[in-house]
Design a protein around this ligand. Structure first.
Ligand SMILES: [Zn+2]
Length: 319
């Protein structure tokens, strides 16, 4: 059967969509435009549809014969198909997007949370191909992820399984964006590392290493960004090594706990912070020794890069 899968990745700032006509990785057409998540629902939806038309090359007939739509949503899908809490794209809240799309395009429509979709994408097309048990974590502004067992996504009873970012690693610890305390996300997300470094650079008395970092940030602690870490690592800056080690420890406590509970064949890490590559992975591995029960944890970087969202939406069609 010829495939014609339209994957739509709805993000807080942009919407990316792509058309896939073959198994595996490869997009025939791709389009990216701003989310405008505060527009009224009908206006927002009309704009989405217009862009879908463009990607489909205005050929609705062919698409209706063999097409499918997958949508990755930055929020939860409720049991009745509507979208639940969606902080960055308020237009989606309570919207039954799948139903609207089905009615207009008359093809099967599959929706899921974007982190679950990304986990499926890495399993189908990326770093988890060919294995049965996998955990995926994306470490960026927050920490999301998904669990694959027997080649399928674990959804749980209320479709909230795989919330790996809200694994509590510190009883009574720091407040997380979800309202709970001590979640892995509160400690391991990218901005948490950035904030710890900024605090160090804001002190009155600075060490030689801290001064070097402050210089990299142009002399202002508040200008420190995680994107400067690679440059600091090239200088063998001791403060960065220390902070990265501490951050990796937090991540290892979460990852190791997941390994102990699920014993997956592989754990795939994606998201902005993993661009650091070897220094981050090596530090996590070091700390895993004291956390994980399995002797070897196969930790790998995600393979799909920036298009993981579109592939996630396409993977939803093929799960
Ligand atoms: Zn949380």
């Amino acid at each position: 059967m010829t495939l014609l899968d339209l994957g739509i990745d709805i993000g807080g700032t942009k919407i990316a969509m792509g058309l896939s006509k073959k198994q595996g990785v490869g997009l025939t057409r791709k389009l990216v435009f701003s989310s405008q998540g505060k527009l009224p629902p009908t206006q927002w939806y009309a704009r989405l549809k217009e862009n879908m038309w463009l990607v489909l090359g205005h050929d609705l007939k062919t698409f209706q014969d063999k097409g499918r739509i997958g949508v990755a949503i930055p929020g939860q899908i409720l049991k009745d198909g509507r979208i639940g809490h969606c902080p960055n794209t308020p237009v989606l809240k309570k919207l039954n997007l799948a139903q609207w799309l089905k009615k207009d395009f008359k093809v099967p429509v599959h929706t899921d949370n974007d982190a679950n979709a990304a986990a499926l994408a890495e399993h189908q097309f990326g770093a988890g191909r060919g294995i049965q048990r996998m955990v995926y974590l994306t470490i960026s502004t927050g920490i999301g992820g998904g669990i694959i067992e027997g080649g399928k996504l674990v959804t749980g009873n209320d479709h909230v399984a795989g919330e790996v970012g809200h694994l509590i690693i510190h009883f009574d610890g720091e407040r997380c964006a979800c309202g709970r305390r001590g979640c892995l996300e509160a400690y391991g997300r990218g901005p948490a590392l950035e904030e710890r470094i900024r605090r160090r650079l804001s002190q009155k008395k600075l060490s030689v290493g801290e001064k070097q970092l402050l210089n990299l940030a142009g002399g202002k602690a508040s200008h420190w960004r995680n994107t400067l870490i690679s440059r600091a690592l090239k200088k063998h800056n001791p403060v960065i090594l220390q902070e990265l080690d501490r951050h990796s420890f937090y991540l290892a406590v979460g990852i190791g706990s997941l390994a102990n509970i699920l014993n997956p064949e592989r754990i795939v890490l994606g998201g902005g912070l993993t661009q650091l590559g070897k220094p981050l992975f090596a530090a996590i591995h070091k700390h895993l020794k004291s956390v994980a029960i399995p002797k070897h944890v196969d930790l790998r970087p995600a393979a799909l890069g920036a298009d993981v969202g579109i592939y996630g939406a396409i993977a939803l069609c093929r799960k």
